[in-house]
Design a protein around this ligand. Structure first.
Ligand SMILES: Cc1cc2nc3c(=O)[nH]c(=O)nc-3n(C[C@H](O)[C@H](O)[C@H](O)COP(=O)(O)OP(=O)(O)OC[C@H]3O[C@@H](n4cnc5c(N)ncnc54)[C@H](O)[C@@H]3O)c2cc1C
Length: 375
């Protein structure tokens, strides 16, 4: 093994999370290696929607998403990253959902997140292609969108410019005790390792509490100005929270090209990459309820991807329970684009002994130690 292959930190996985970790660590002066099997920003990062969204499931989820959002606002990106603060419209179909929107507005306002309620008339003016008869919406104006694979590539390249070594086209076949073994026999040694392999850690670490959660997305032809905000039904939260069944929800994003990204679906136990026609039809039917004209738009591509879901819907960020050389940075489910930047900063804080900007405890893998010992 050459001395050139010895680092302070070696990161396995060059999706958006691994790339964010590489950049944050390299910027703190650590000697970094980033190992990616395919291309930088592949995996779920290439399959994701790129909605940068503040969420309120729990205080811990809010802290991570809001911290990330503020980091996104500070990150200077090239135009090709398509970062745009277009805001999220959480759409209420009826009075009950409008009550939920009002509660959400109060909760966010107490925590300093700019947001406001829209009446049905204001909503129709903001988004003329939405269906008639909706009850209103909550506009969360600092939510944004981005093109994730470009950002992952950009962060990895920036890390390289401050000294990181990118090892692309190499699969990690063994990981642990300060060592990554690559598929060509190369050994990479580092004081600390970071696992950023997304939803597919099973072969390397089958004991992690992560399940693959499949999602479908559709992209249309170009329809500029058809939609202006990220549109999400409030019922999306039921879909995201469900753990047992397949679910779909209305979730549409306008891209800068004028294309629309249409989601979303969630499935456990479907580990093949093929498009599931039933789920796709259900997802498009749901979209047509809110955006009736969607049925006449041409779709140009459909694809699937896998979220890495943990039992408590929070990621695993921090030291592994067994291997003191290893930190985990995975399990981000449907929020890993949003929370990649905060994850990178928390990992860099842990590696350099600096105090984190938000408490790291809720994301530590140690929270599953109790569950594991009582299994
Ligand atoms: C349909 C869908 C829509 C989504 N929409 C959003 C959204 O709007 N907003 C949001 O915040 N999040 C969204 N997500 C979630 C988000 O995409 C993920 O949480 C995020 O991309 C996870 O990033 P990652 O770097 O952890 O994993 P990945 O992007 O999967 O990266 C892991 C990397 O590891 C590499 N790898 C795997 N095995 C090896 C190995 N043995 N050796 C070396 N490299 C390896 C892979 O090639 C890959 O590049 C969505 C996900 C899906 C599926």
């Amino acid at each position: 093994m050459s001395a050139n292959n010895v680092f302070d930190v070696a990161i396995a996985g060059g999706g958006i999370v691994g790339s964010a970790c590489a950049l944050a660590c390299a910027q703190r002066g650590l000697r970094v290696a980033l190992v990616e099997r395919d291309t930088l920003g592949s995996g779920a990062t290439a399959a994701g929607m790129g909605h940068l969204v503040v969420m309120d499931d729990s205080e811990a989820q809010f802290a991570l998403t809001r911290y990330s959002q503020q980091l996104w606002q500070r990150l200077e990106l090239p135009a090709s990253a398509e970062y745009a603060q277009i805001g999220t419209l959480w759409i209420a179909a009826d009075r009950e959902e409008m009550d939920a929107a009002e509660q959400k507005q109060a909760w966010y306002s107490e925590r300093g997140v700019p947001c406001r309620l829209l009446t049905p008339r204001q909503l129709a003016k903001a988004e003329p292609h939405l269906a008639d008869g909706l009850a209103g919406a909550l506009l969360v104006s600092e939510d944004a969108v981005v093109y994730p694979p470009i950002v992952a590539m950009e962060m990895a390249r920036r890390a390289e410019r401050v000294g990181a070594r990118l090892m692309v086209g190499h699969a990690v076949t063994e990981m642990g005790c300060g060592r990554l073994l690559l598929d060509d026999g190369t050994e990479v040694r580092a004081t600390r390792l970071v696992h950023a392999l997304g939803a597919d850690p099973a072969r390397l670490m089958p004991e992690l509490p992560i399940r693959k959660r499949k999602g479908h997305l559709v992209i249309t032809d170009r329809y500029p100005e058809y939609v202006h905000h990220q549109l999400v039904e409030l019922g999306y939260l039921k879909s995201a929270h469900s753990t047992g069944t397949d679910s779909v929800a209305f979730n549409v994003q306008p891209r800068q090209t004028g294309q629309l990204l249409i989601g979303s679906s969630r499935q456990f136990g479907a580990e093949h990459t093929e498009v599931d026609q039933q789920i796709l039809s259900a997802m498009l039917a749901r979209a047509a309820l809110y955006l009736p004209g969607v049925e006449s738009l041409s779709a140009i591509r459909v694809w699937t991807g896998f979220r890495a879901a943990t039992p408590d819907k929070l990621p695993l960020i921090g030291p592994d329970l067994k291997d003191p050389s290893l930190l985990l940075a995975t399990g981000h489910e449907g929020l890993g684009i949003t929370t990649s930047l905060a994850t990178g900063e928390l990992i860099a804080d842990m590696l350099t002994g600096q105090p984190p900007a938000i408490p790291a405890e809720p994301y530590l893998p140690a929270r599953f130690a109790q569950a594991r010992t009582t299994d």
